[in-house]
Write a protein that binds this ligand. Structure first.
Ligand SMILES: [Zn+2]
Length: 173
């Protein structure tokens, strides 16, 4: 017997599916700001002359620096450390699904810790998500209500006939 479903997955249907997910991910739709954090990096202070062997400020102002100070004083830019710690982060607006049932449906595990969530994003976010050390969701409330998450498993490319989107599952830290 011929497959009664044969041929129903048309180009139009695939497009409809993609349009639906695109609509979900629009700025005014179901997205929230997710801040992805990466390993912090150190850079040499550009406001003072730095002793690169001792890795400390010499206390001498470096011409062109943004906060001039008197030689012999502590550099106000690096507080005399000579190095600046850069917190690296990227903010993206993504769709967050908190529903545990959806999570289990799309995830690989049959058990995720309470409070885990599913992020839906475009495939272009793959590198950011894979490299992130953590993720902070903006709940729309004050900073103390921002929750921190870590990636629970490798993100899964998904799509209807193509890998246009990415599912990633995050657990509370
Ligand atoms: Zn400095």
């Amino acid at each position: 017997m011929a497959n009664p479903f044969s041929g129903i997955i048309s180009t139009e249907l695939k497009q409809t599916y993609n349009n639906a997910i695109d609509a979900l991910l629009e700025t005014t739709a179901l997205v929230r700001t997710c801040k992805f954090t990466f390993d912090s990096t150190e850079s040499v202070c550009n406001n003072c002359i730095v002793d690169t062997l001792k890795k400390t400020s010499t206390g001498y102002y470096k011409s062109g620096g943004s906060i001039p100070f008197t030689n012999g004083q502590i550099c106000p830019n690096c507080n005399g450390a000579g190095l600046i710690l850069n917190e690296n982060e990227v903010s993206l607006n993504l769709a967050i699904i908190y529903d545990m049932k959806m999570l289990l449906k799309f995830g690989k595990s049959t058990q995720y810790p309470q409070g885990s969530l599913l992020l839906v994003s475009k495939i272009s976010t793959l590198d950011t998500i894979k490299q992130a050390k953590g993720m902070i969701t903006d709940t729309g409330l004050d900073n103390s209500m921002r929750l921190k998450y870590k990636l629970l498993e490798a993100p899964t490319p998904v799509g209807f006939g193509a890998s246009d989107y990415l599912f990633s599952i995050w657990g509370l830290v």
